[in-house]
Design a binder for this molecule. Structure first.
Ligand code: ADP
Ligand code: F6P
Length: 321
């Protein structure tokens, strides 16, 4: 049997650990395995290479993805999808592991339902925005990167009695902001899932300044606004020594954390086992620390819920100056 693996969309830490496990598990089961370069773009253009056990030596910890990735609009068109399938067919590839976010899963779903390719999805995105799984690959490492950034930021903010708006990634999901914010003792966490008015931000900051708390960190999820806009509005409204920063792509870089390496390995192994068992059109996840697989259509139809109780705890812990 021949299996291919690709990484697609925004890269995330742990993708390489998953690729490692996919390749080694496939070989262990007597399958041949091919790495597709640059996600769906490479699949459409027929860019793939056979992988050996040695191809994945020393990659478990690496950030980014050794296979390369892309945003590939052509995959959304019937012509692009035909080309992608043609590459698989010409190379006698029956199974495909797609490591990416919900967009990448849409492509996997089409390859499975329209062309009968045995596809398995592994959730690789720092955003943690997929409802069917407790965690996506890269989320833990991204949160750690934001925590580290805020720790460094505090050193200079505190001695300057200065506050800072810190914008973090996550698309429409506030999980990175919430988890990095609460563990950094952020004075405010603003996420798209909870309505926060500008007046509430001003009120909280003014209260803190009046009570001698000058180094306020406001973690702002990108889905809830831009740090530079928030800084400008606050400066116009109140007397405050304020800066802003965007953590940006640094939160997608660096070695994968222990949690993401292990998750990638467990998910990669499971995805290949599923293909070997004849399963298709499914996505791998982790629920209560158990690796699961679920129908791709059902998984994508689920609505992500936000951990409101954790958000409330975060707020309570920083309101008692
Ligand atoms: P992510 O997978 O991280 O959510 P994107 O949303 O950018 O990232 O999707 C990655 C790629 O998946 C897209 O560039 C495209 O090639 C493919 N894709 C996204 N949506 C669809 C779709 N509706 N149909 C087919 N392919 C899609
Ligand atoms: O989906 C992952 C993500 O990092 C989002 O958090 C962010 O909005 C986006 O990708 C950034 O995309 P790009 O790397 O194309 O700038």
């Amino acid at each position: 049997m021949r299996i291919a693996v690709l990484t697609s969309g925004g890269d995330s830490q742990g993708m390489n650990a998953a690729v490692y496990a996919v390749v080694r598990t496939a070989l262990d089961n007597g399958a041949e395995v091919f790495g597709v370069e640059d996600g769906y773009q490479g699949l459409i253009e027929g860019r793939l290479h056979q992988m050996t056990a040695k191809s994945v030596d020393g990659i478990i910890h690496l950030g980014g993805t050794v296979l390369g990735t892309s945003r590939c609009p052509e995959m959304k068109t019937p012509e692009g999808q035909d080309k992608a399938y043609k590459t698989l067919k010409e190379n006698d590839i029956e199974g495909l592991v797609v490591i990416g976010g919900d967009g990448s899963f849409q492509g996997a779903k089409i390859l499975a339902t329209k062309y009968g390719v045995k596809t398995m999805g592994i959730p690789g995105t720092i955003d943690n925005d997929l409802a069917y799984t407790d965690f996506t690959l890269g989320f833990d490492s991204a949160v750690n990167a934001v925590m580290q950034t805020i720790k460094m930021l505090r050193d200079t903010m505190t001695c300057n009695k200065r506050s800072c708006v810190v914008e973090v990634m996550g698309r429409n999901c506030g999980d990175i902001a919430l988890h990095a914010g609460i563990t950094s003792g952020a004075e405010m966490i603003i996420v798209p899932e909870v309505r926060t008015t500008f007046e509430e931000v001003v009120e909280r900051l003014q209260y803190n300044l009046d009570h001698g708390k000058f180094d306020n960190i406001i973690v702002l999820a990108e889905g809830a606004g831009k740090a530079v806009d928030m800084e400008a509005k606050l400066r116009a409204k109140m007397e405050i020594n304020l800066r802003s920063m965007v953590v940006g792509h640094l939160q997608r870089g660096g070695d994968a954390s222990y949690a993401d390496r292990l998750l990638g390995i467990r998910m990669g192994e499971h995805a290949v086992k599923c293909i070997m068992e004849g399963k298709s059109s499914r996505v791998v996840g982790i629920v209560h620390d158990q690796i699961i697989d679920e129908d791709i259509v059902e998984a994508l139809a689920k609505r992500k819920s936000f951990d409101r109780s954790l958000y409330d705890i975060a707020n309570k812990l920083v309101t008692s100056y």
